[in-house]
Ligand binder design. Structure first.
Ligand code: M6R
Length: 608
């Protein structure tokens, strides 16, 4: 939530900062701002709305001279998304500018203290206290002022600091939020993530909590909490700038839907060697693995939905009890977790605040932590005992697509690997499942090709005011994700139900105006789904059925039909999600919604 970027070099900073903000806009997009050093002072421009509005106000940055600056794109927490509340925030004397990602939990006490000392506040934000504290502590030594200021803060704060009196010098601080440093030639950067920097540098340093960095055009120094300089290793980002651009698609979401065959392949292929699964980075022996009496999967949002699918698949193949728990609940409920627990943490960004907190809570209780993460070097990846990277490439659209399907692919790999380790499946079943995994990327492509008519269906149904998604078993878990996709980008109210549960209350909402999307890809439960379809049809609802390719029985039951390619039903959630993503996309497009940047949302939820 919120994106920050800083640049110091030999060329004009503002256009580079704006370009960085454009790439970080998925992190928050209700207002933006930029501040640069120029002529011994700080010049600042802010705008409510998108980064494009800020670009218009500054002629793409050209109207702001200066070679050193900081910038921010906001997802509001404290104070409405106005020009005034937008970051950067200035100290009263105008000598310090600050950008911040996170929440300063003790800001009210600090604000009261600073007010009593005569500091005046311009905004309603928690962040402004930082600017005034910097002014308060500055005695000519910026590093010391930043350290003293940071020591006063509680909560989560990733900060970028600019001082009018320190030409070409930037400071940044990381506490409970993502921050990386970029190393250029004669220029250096900090940013919330690497997407802001690709195109300028691929050499990055990942900072840890409690670390602070000092940047000049020629040098980067990193310090620990005590101010001692520490050495950090430089990582090389592997993907190219094209990966973070739309590549001719109208929206990132559509590009990312279409990238799924390749993304799923990137998750699976490197781990299939000579017909066997090898999970590099998670190399427990059968004996070590059998110490786990239970598995807990924790995550938020779509990643949690992936975890729900994982529960069905792992329990079915491994016969080990699996619990799925929302990270925001797990962290506060004194969970029964110990050294006999394998905790699987699922996260695309690797930076979700609640998921990180749940991980820490369970790790402190002795659980072994396996993370399924997309973003390399992210906080969750670094905190976990082992990591399975999904290798989906950067996901920019707020609504996850390839992030989710690659999480499923990683969970399937884990489930089959564990089932074989535990001796719960024989060689024939193992080989069959390996072949199914190998076929998955082609199935995802087939799911795209089979559903070209989905655009027409979206035209037909986009005026619905509410929809219901129903399914059984894995299809129920997939229904939750299909429903979330629709509501988050189209703003149409939608709910997902286990199909057998509908009649225990929710069926009261079904009438002749409702569309019910019925997921029927668990072939063993097809007849049960038919009964549930009949129940809603008897109340006048229309039905959009989703069935395995070639299963003509669905035509007799549903008003409209989507298809998922046939394959192992345990792995159906990947290919059946594709038509549901496309349906949500086209419905939102029909309704003129801002698909990549839905209202009120942000891609990376780094606050509680
Ligand atoms: O980065 P994460 O996978 O940890 O994010 C978790 C959720 O915030 C995320 O899946 C969210 O629900 C999606 N934007 C929904 O499309």
């Amino acid at each position: 939530m919120c994106g920050i970027v800083g640049f110091t070099g030999q060329v004009q900073a503002a256009p580079i900062l704006l370009e960085g903000l454009r790439r970080l806009e998925y992190r928050g997009y209700d207002s933006a701002g930029v501040a640069v050093q120029h002529g011994g002072a700080i010049e600042m421009v802010k705008a409510s709305g998108t980064v494009e509005r800020l670009a218009e106000k500054t002629a793409g940055g050209a109207s702001l001279p200066g070679e050193c600056g900081i910038a921010h794109t906001r997802w509001a927490t404290h104070g409405a998304p106005t020009d005034t509340n937008a970051h950067p925030h200035l100290s009263g004397d105008g000598r310090f500018a600050v950008v911040h990602n996170g929440i300063i939990e003790n800001y009210a006490a600090l604000r009261a203290e600073l007010l009593s000392e005569g500091y005046a506040f311009a905004s309603e934000t928690d962040t402004e206290v930082v600017a005034h504290l910097l002014e308060h502590y500055y005695d000519g030594n910026l590093k010391r002022a930043v350290m003293r200021t940071a020591a006063r803060l509680e909560g989560s704060y990733v900060l970028g600091v600019l001082c009018a009196d320190e030409p070409g010098r930037l400071f940044c601080v990381k506490e409970a939020g993502p921050l990386i440093l970029g190393l250029g030639v004669g220029e250096n950067y900090f940013a919330s993530d690497v997407t802001a920097l690709v195109g300028r540098t691929k050499n990055v340093i990942y900072l840890e909590d409690g670390e602070m960095a000092e940047l000049t055009p020629e040098n980067i120094s990193v310090y620990d909490r005590t101010g001692r300089e520490i050495s950090k290793s430089v990582s090389h980002v592997v993907w190219d700038i094209e990966a973070a651009e739309k590549g001719g698609y109208e929206h990132f979401m559509m590009k990312e839907i279409m990238e799924q065959p390749r993304a799923v392949k990137s998750t699976i292929e490197p781990r299939l060697r000579n017909g066997r699964i090898e999970l590099e980075g998670f190399e427990l022996t059968a004996e070590e693995f059998s110490r786990f009496s239970r598995i807990v999967i924790t995550a938020c949002g779509s990643a949690y939905h992936a975890g729900m699918v994982g529960k069905y698949v792992i329990e079915s193949l491994c016969r080990v009890p699996v619990e799925t728990d929302l990270a925001s609940e797990l962290r506060y409920r004194d969970p029964i977790v110990g050294p006999d627990t394998l905790l699987i943490v699922v996260s695309q960004s690797g930076e979700t605040a609640d998921t990180i907190a749940a991980l820490r809570e369970c790790k402190a209780r002795g659980a072994y932590v396996l993370a399924i993460v997309n973003v390399v070097g992210s906080t969750i990846a670094r905190l976990a005992d082992s990591v399975l990277y999904t290798h989906a490439g950067p996901e920019i659209a707020v609504a996850t697509t390839k992030g989710y399907t690659t999480q499923l692919a990683a969970l399937y790999l884990f489930a089959v690997w564990a089932a074989e380790k535990l001796g719960r499946i024989d060689d024939a079943r193992y080989n069959e499942l390996i072949a199914e995994l190998d076929a998955l990327p082609a199935r995802v492509q087939r799911a795209i090709d089979l559903n070209l008519h989905v655009q027409y269906l979206a035209e037909r149904w986009h005026e619905q005011r509410a929809m219901f998604f129903i399914g059984r078993n894995i299809d129920y878990a997939a229904a939750l994700e299909g429903s979330l996709k629709l509501k988050e980008i189209s703003y149409i109210h939608s709910e997902a139900y286990a199909a057998g549960e509908l009649k225990h209350g929710t069926i009261a909402l079904i009438d002749e105006k409702r569309l019910v999307v019925a997921l029927c890809c668990q072939t063993a439960l097809f007849d049960k789904m038919v009964s549930n379809i009949q129940e809603v049809k008897a109340r006048g609802a229309k039905v959009l059925g989703l069935a395995p390719e070639g299963d003509r029985r669905i035509f007799a039951e549903a008003d409209d039909v989507l298809f998922a390619p046939r394959g192992e039903p345990l792995f159906a959630a990947v290919s059946e999600m594709v038509p549901l993503q496309l349906f949500a996309y086209y419905v939102a497009r029909e309704n003129g919604c801002d698909i990549d940047k839905p209202r009120n949302l942000a891609k990376s939820v780094t606050v509680e």
